[in-house]
Design a protein around this ligand. Structure first.
Ligand SMILES: Cc1cc2nc3c(=O)[nH]c(=O)nc-3n(C[C@H](O)[C@H](O)[C@H](O)COP(=O)(O)OP(=O)(O)OC[C@H]3O[C@@H](n4cnc5c(N)ncnc54)[C@H](O)[C@@H]3O)c2cc1C
Length: 404
């Protein structure tokens, strides 16, 4: 049996990018639906540390790079969304910490100190006086320097839930790899053919948008797009759980700063009420290829080197490998900003960072307008939950073992 539907926009992939775009295009009046292959947010988005970067990390390279400029106004845009006055209403998303910190347990090199106090960073990075340290650092047994950054941290689980909650009836589960694309000749728009429950469903759309993260590679192949290329970067992330761990949100930089801090710590809570310290940064990059035991041993060493006063003797440690997924531009470079390209009626998109998702939403809305893609005046033929199940929400890694 064959069914045919047409709508304005069909999105493949329900991480932060797809969910954000679904909200943005439907708010702009477009008829749109989203298909998710596994669970909403369940790939990179729920594995992310949730840091909304202000670009300081890039500014620390020296000159204010294009990456730093692209990202600099993101915290303000996100904060407006979080209080309900921005481009999307994200009220309901939890902010885990209002300010992110940067810690050096060494005496910072004078060049770095001068840079941190420089005019270009004024108002963006503040040295914290020792008597104003958060409680965890007041107990430090080593001397160090603490800086407060404009970055903050969102709880990605509540972000995904908030974005999905406003889109009932528009988010569907599409398990397996059951989508192909047809066109009568290479110069024409594609039609998606979804094989589901023994039927072929033909979907026509003014625009298909691929926001499938790592899954973009196979969608690009299925659609035969010659110009789009994806790349992945593996990370070996570590987390430790212990009931009485203090909440900590900090980049540890030692006495130098490269694009990747030695250790990036965010704090979360699992369903049993344990505090979870989630560890990224250089430890996750250099951990690729290490066994679980080697990686956990390396992380234990890194934590004891940075915070020798911390007692985490009863912590439970875990690690897992996950790929970051980005566009591949200019021979294996990754873009500084959110990125998309269009081929006929298909847009392939990557936010590059969770932080840059508002920029992706804006770029795509502008592209729809520039291409004179107008919202349909009346509701288009509509897929319903009789055709597809609604997609389910994903879980954070530290809760997966509890939901199994
Ligand atoms: C460990 C880690 C930490 C990070 N920390 C940060 C951070 O602190 N701050 C920051 O700004 N960025 C961070 N990032 C980057 C950020 O998480 C990603 O840029 C962002 O989440 C990408 O969102 P996305 O929606 O494009 O992809 P994803 O979240 O990967 O979502 C893609 C979705 O598409 C689905 N899918 C796949 N194939 C198909 C298909 N054929 N059809 C339908 N659906 C499909 C997948 O199941 C998935 O749900 C981090 C990334 C990682 C991996």
């Amino acid at each position: 049996m064959t069914l045919r539907y047409s709508t304005d926009i069909v999105i493949f992939g329900g991480g932060v990018a797809g969910l954000w775009l679904l909200n943005a295009v439907r708010s702009a009046g477009y008829q749109a639906i989203l298909f998710e292959k596994e669970s909403l947010g369940g790939a990179q988005t729920l594995a992310s540390q949730g840091i909304i970067h202000g670009g300081l990390k890039y500014a620390l390279q020296g000159a204010l790079s294009s990456a730093a400029q692209a990202i600099a106004d993101m915290p303000t845009r996100w904060r407006a969304c979080l209080d309900g006055s921005g481009e999307l209403d994200l009220r309901g998303t939890r902010v885990l910490c209002d300010h992110y910190y940067m810690w050096s347990n060494a005496s910072l090199r004078s060049k770095l100190i001068a840079f941190l106090g420089s005019k270009s960073l004024r108002g963006r990075v503040e040295a914290v006086a020792p008597d104003s340290y958060p409680p965890f650092f007041q107990n430090a047994s080593v001397k160090g320097s603490l800086y407060q950054l404009p970055d903050f941290v969102v709880d990605s689980e509540s972000l995904v839930k908030t974005l999905a909650s406003k889109q009932h009836g528009a988010i569907f589960s599409l398990p397996g790899s059951g989508v192909s694309f047809e066109t009568s000749n290479p110069h024409q728009d594609r039609v998606a053919v979804v094989a589901h429950r023994g039927r072929n469903i033909y979907l026509s759309a003014k625009r298909f948008i691929f926001t499938a993260g790592e899954g973009n590679a196979s969608l690009i192949k299925a659609a035969g797009l010659a110009n789009a290329e994806a790349q992945t970067r593996p990370l070996n992330m570590v987390y430790l759980k212990q009931r009485d761990l203090p909440r900590l949100y900090v980049h540890c930089i030692g006495d130098s700063f490269s694009l990747t801090p030695r250790l990036t710590v965010t704090s979360h809570q699992d369903v049993n009420g344990n505090t979870v310290w989630y560890l990224g940064g250089e430890i996750a990059e250099s951990g690729v290829g290490k066994s679980e035991t080697e990686q956990i041993t390396a992380a234990q060493y890194a934590i004891s080197r940075e915070f020798p006063w911390l007692d985490c003797s009863s912590a439970e440690w875990q690690c897992f490998t996950i790929n970051r997924s980005e566009a591949n531009i200019n021979d294996n470079h990754r873009p500084d900003d959110a990125y998309f390209l269009r081929d006929k009626n298909i847009l392939v998109a990557w936010p590059t960072k969770l932080t840059l998702t508002p920029a992706l939403g804006e770029q795509i809305l502008q592209n729809l307008m520039a291409d004179r893609i107008r919202p349909s005046p009346s509701p288009a033929d509509w897929i319903s939950e009789a055709d597809f199940e609604p997609a389910r929400l994903g879980d954070s890694r530290w809760n997966l073992e509890n939901s199994a």
